[in-house]
Ligand binder design. Structure first.
Ligand code: GTP
Length: 598
């Protein structure tokens, strides 16, 4: 392939601004997929995978494109995920691109995620083309949105690309602008091989599948390759491109994007960010790589029935094969028995994994409330991190506790600024900045403890702003806080899986609210159930559930109907999960109660 005809690009967008729709339309207008194929795309994909013996995880596609003047191009559309939890994945995909289409919904304007992604793209020196989508809608206001793009991002929007991904209007022009304005890659086929791994996943037929972009040199099928960071050598057993079906190819040159299989058994041996080179003639300058991601949110996962422990274990193993950002280890809880502590990038990541465990693997589990990592400084000089509140040493041994802080940008229409302030102050936030994006859209910057947003922050923000707020955050550092452990006792026994770490100022209030909430969630039994909240040895709240009289059916679980989270909704639909502790039956909701006390 002539390198000057290649264009490697991503589409970056805020969620729901039309990224997938635009990608489909581009594939359709270039003839890569026929219109009639579109509907059953997902199904086709599953069948295809079986037929071709490969799993297609990525949406990255190679699109041959003929411009109206007859010149031919190869467009590599590189997929990026859209959510705040996954910005590291966005970053690694962008590293394989030379340009990006910034899709902004012309009825909505610039959102927090738009900004975050554009900054990532600019960090990678990409040329960014603004594209205003949904111009078919009467409420589109492209001029104002253009102004927002110029003011908020500093991108020239003098000649914006206007499209409707839905009707296809403007998409032909978009392709012409794309090949004109996004630069072709550079690279020398005679240099030693240097290719960047920007995605990899485990495939049950082929072992690990590696998506890469060649920076220098060429790759041929059946040639030996070396992974730069580990020094391990493999032989390419399959080389190809997704177009959109996997298509075998004999050789790829500089600037090209493709996939390879090489009998690689573990995801760890083909790490994203690593450089592929030739064992005989290795490159001297590997790609600098990406920082490894570290789980930030943790929760306990326990089988409802102890006998299901091994089912859960093998499900976790399988999930980890395809998700290097997800970590777990065995853990024992006095209350819940044998289970696992699992680590996630953020709450969404956690919900996705929990849902997959239940849906795909049929695991029947009890999840505990999420916790962040705390850094403990003991009076004897010892310093360590804990990811489980029950591991907090006794107060006498603790000198200081440091907790992670985030810097958060919230985009919101003017009229909701007061509500956002109120919420952030309640969550121990400190305001850092306030900027007007336009006359009625504001960017508010706060620093606040990560633990406060792990609970119900997103839901509350959405409801306080009628869904108009969008946000982005990153962890900045660890800071000392006056924190205490809040314990829950049921009939006098501490339930370690319900312990949580809270700020001292909120401890009494939270303890009382939590005890009251548990009283409602824990069904009445044939005997009295006493629920207590305690800080150290001091009981700060006490509730009791009177015994049932014999003739009353034991079906009155006082389920809380205000829950909004999708996950919890799903759990409600499924069968009710209860864990027997001593003689008391405790439903799953009770373990998550700490998340929704405000
Ligand atoms: P995520 O995959 O969740 O990140 O969203 P996305 O950015 O890929 O958005 P998607 O393509 O799924 O589009 C979101 C919604 O907007 C869908 O309901 C689309 O049908 C709709 N949509 C996308 N483009 C247009 C458009 O040009 N006009 C109109 N009217 N609707 C559109």
């Amino acid at each position: 392939t002539d390198i000057t005809t290649i264009r490697n690009f991503s589409i970056i967008a805020h969620i729901d601004h039309g990224k997938s729709t635009l990608a489909d339309r581009i594939m359709e207008l270039t003839g890569l997929i026929a219109e009639r194929d579109k509907k059953d795309q997902y199904l086709d994909r599953m069948e295809l995978e079986q037929e071709r013996g490969i799993t297609i995880k990525s949406q990255t596609v190679r699109i041959p494109y003929t411009a109206p003047d007859g010149s031919k191009y190869i467009l590599n559309l590189i997929d990026t995920p859209g959510h705040v939890d996954f910005s590291y994945e966005v970053s690694r995909s962008l590293a394989a691109c030379d340009g990006a289409l910034l899709v902004v919904d012309a009825t909505q304007g610039v959102e927090a995620q738009t900004l975050a992604n554009v900054y990532l793209a600019l960090d990678h020196d990409l040329d960014v083309l603004p594209v205003l989508n949904k111009i078919d809608l009467p409420s589109a206001h492209p001029e104002e949105v253009c102004q927002e793009i110029e003011e908020a991002i500093g991108l020239d929007c003098g000649d914006p690309i206007l499209v409707s991904a839905k009707t296809g209007e403007g998409v032909k022009e978009l392709l012409q602008r794309l090949v004109r304005e996004i630069p072709s890659p550079k690279g020398d086929p005679h240099q030693p091989l240097k290719a960047l791994i920007f995605d990899s996943w485990y495939d049950s037929y082929q072992g690990v599948v590696v998506l890469f972009r060649i920076l220098e040199g060429t790759i041929k099928n059946r040639q030996p390759i070396r992974m730069y960071s580990t020094g391990k050598d493999f032989e390419v057993t399959r080389l190809g491109v997704f177009s959109p079906e996997p298509t075998d190819i004999e050789e790829l040159g500089p600037g090209e994007v493709g996939f390879l299989c090489a009998s690689i058994k573990e995801l760890d041996e083909a790490r994203v960010g690593d450089t592929i080179t030739h064992p005989k003639n290795p490159t001297q300058e590997p790609f600098p790589g990406f920082k490894t991601v570290k789980p930030m949110v943790f929760c306990g996962l326990y089988p409802v029935e102890p006998a299901e422990y091994s089912v859960l274990q093998s499900a976790l193993e399988k999930l980890q094969l395809n998700d290097a950002a997800f970590a777990y280890e065995a853990e024992t809880s006095q209350a819940l028995g044998f289970g696992f502590r699992a680590g996630f990038l953020g709450l969404l990541h956690m919900e996705i994994i929990q849902e997959r465990l239940e849906r795909e693997f049929g695991a029947n589990l009890i999840a505990t409330a999420p916790s962040v990592i705390y850094e403990i400084h003991k009076t004897n000089g010892e310093v360590f991190e804990i990811d489980n509140p029950s591991k907090l040493p006794s107060p006498g041994e603790i000198d200081t506790i440091n907790e992670p802080y985030v810097r958060m940008e919230i985009h919101v229409p003017n009229e909701y600024v007061g509500n956002v302030f109120k919420l952030c102050e309640e969550k121990r936030g400190t305001q850092k900045d306030l900027k007007y994006l336009t006359a009625n859209r504001v960017i508010i910057t706060y620093e606040l403890p990560f633990s406060e947003i792990v609970y119900d922050f997103f839901d509350r923000l959405k409801s306080m702003t009628r869904g108009f707020a969008s946000l982005d955050y990153e962890i900045v550092d660890y800071r000392p806080s006056d924190l205490v452990k809040l314990d829950i006792l049921i009939n006098g026994d501490p339930v370690d899986a319900m312990s949580c770490i809270v700020h001292r100022d909120n401890a009494y209030y939270r303890g009382r609210a939590l005890a009251l909430k548990l009283k409602r969630l824990i069904p009445r039994q044939l005997f009295e159930v006493v629920i207590q909240a305690a800080i150290g040895s001091k009981i700060i709240a006490k509730e009791r559930n009177a015994p049932l009289r014999k003739n009353v059916t034991a079906k009155c679980y006082g389920g809380d109907i205000t829950r909004k989270r999708k996950l919890l909704e799903k759990q409600k639909e499924g069968k009710r999960r209860m864990k027997r502790m001593g003689s008391v039956e405790i439903p799953q909701e009770a373990f998550l109660a700490a998340m929704q006390v405000d």
